[in-house]
Design a protein around this ligand. Structure first.
Ligand code: NAD
Length: 411
């Protein structure tokens, strides 16, 4: 997708038609980010040469609280993508009602081509350069695609050195030993499961068949949790290709296979397929959990799933949404379906601020009611306006943001 931010704005404009009663200044403010920071990160490579990598932080809106959002390391990362992701974070935090605004960061790099030392220098470089614009009460980053708790550990250390005090609340998704939260690793997938369970009540399906695109942090844990519930995972993919087995894939075994071979492809007993074709297989729930822009106007008409649950950010383009809605395929939007991750990030920050830590059970017990009530709020907003769930989520979230903007006298 050339410019995912433009797609994001189209989603907001659809909701705007149902928000004629709110102050028009709210929508005007939400059409552009409050601040964007561009940096160039120098890294002394192992061969002695010096390279620079472009880095970004977009601080979209902080009406409801500090900016919040992950940092993506990817060769295609660019300002348009980071801006789109920051935009989505603003609405995601409002959808689930946690007291944050939205932000996002990125570095244009292929982290697989860096040594461990080079990756550490790059990560520390990002945190140092951003140390005057982020902070526990200002802007709180976290992991995203190709970043992880180890990288967050380097970043929180670098930030803390820059400001001269230990500041665990500046970053979430940290290792447990330095203030990470129990349950963070499974939070995104677990939130997606809670939401799917609510949806299944409406669909009147007990044990759905599931296809998952992407077998990383979010997708692989979703596969594990789904199979623990007795749901049948019949298709999986990663960047190397897809596999299908309509009898069900053994998730523990495929995880081991991926660990040994680097991919789900070649898993014994499964049929290989290209990634695009996987999305077109019949199933109850299709879970995109890789990158944005994969469900397009070209393939939407051929999708046979009953519902799509967006664990990835921005996997469906607006034109595809229209086709899916007409076909009666329910799309549970990213800003609801994958909000479990940022919700447990919020719990991590709360624990850092209190310096008092919860058990995994306490974390998950707090996550469930938030996800369930967000689903029901979005369902209500969508059905009462006669629109799809994405537009319903934007209506619901924008009303919450509008309230904060008005109460702060920003509009
Ligand atoms: P990840 O890097 O751990 O995993 C991405 C997976 O997608 C990998 O398995 C990769 O092989 C696969 N992939 C890449 N290109 C593909 C393609 N063309 N076809 C099929 N698979 C492909 O990243 P992640 O953290 O799991 O994030 C995935 C998505 O979920 C992103 O959109 C991210 O923004 C979103 N998300 C993640 C979290 C989280 O907590 N991890 C939270 C909210 C949203």
């Amino acid at each position: 997708m050339a410019n995912p931010f433009k797609e994001g704005l189209k989603q907001l404009e659809r909701a705007a038609k149902h928000l004629e009663d709110i102050n028009p200044g709210v929508l005007e403010r939400l059409r552009s980010p409050m601040r964007e920071v561009h940096i160039s990160i120098p890294v002394r490579m192992d061969d002695g040469s010096l390279r620079t990598f472009p880095g970004y932080r977009v601080q979209y809106d902080d009406s409801r609280g500090p900016f919040k959002g992950g940092i993506r390391f990817h060769p295609d990362a660019n300002i348009h993508e980071v801006r789109a992701l920051a935009f989505w974070m603003t609405f995601k935090c409002a959808t689930v009602g946690i007291p944050y605004g939205g932000g996002k960061g990125g570095v244009q790099v292929d982290p697989k081509k860096l040594s461990e030392r080079e990756l550490e220098v790059l990560s520390r470089g990002w945190a140092r350069a951003m140390s005057n614009v982020i902070g526990p009460d200002i802007d709180i980053p976290a992991p995203d695609v190709y970043t992880n708790p180890k990288i967050m550990g380097w970043m929180v250390d670098e930030f803390s050195q820059a400001v001269g005090k230990w500041s665990p609340g500046v970053i979430t998704g940290k290792p447990i030993s330095i203030g990470g939260s129990q349950g963070r690793g499974q939070a995104t997938a677990q939130g997606g499961i809670y939401v799917a369970q609510e949806l299944l009540k409406h669909l009147k399906i007990k044990k759905p068949s599931v296809i998952i695109q992407g077998f990383g942090n979010a997708g692989s844990v979703y596969a594990e949790l789904a199979s623990d519930l007795g749901w049948k995972v019949i298709g999986l993919s990663d960047s190397r290709g897809a596999i299908v087995n309509t009898k069900g894939i053994d998730i523990a075994k495929v995880s081991k296979h991926k660990l040994q071979t680097g991919s789900v492809v070649g898993f014994p007993g499964s049929v290989e397929m290209d990634n695009e074709k996987l999305l077109l297989q019949a199933c109850d729930i299709l879970v995109p959990a890789a990158l944005e822009g994969v469900i397009t106007k070209t393939n939407a008409g051929r999708i046979k799933a009953k519902a799509i649950l967006e664990l990835a950010n921005g996997p469906t383009v607006p034109e595809a949404d229209d086709k899916l809605f007409k076909k009666g395929i329910i799309v549970v939007p990213d800003i609801l379906a994958n909000a479990g991750g940022v919700t447990v990030s919020y719990f991590e920050w709360v624990q850092n601020n209190m310096n008092y830590y919860w058990t995994e059970t306490e974390v998950l017990d707090r996550l469930k009611p938030i996800m369930v009530s967000a689903f029901n709020d979005v369902w209500m907003a969508a059905t009462s306006a006669g629109v799809d769930l994405r537009t319903g989520a934007y209506i619901h979230a924008t009303r919450r943001i509008a309230e904060a903007m008005v109460d702060r006298g920003r509009v």
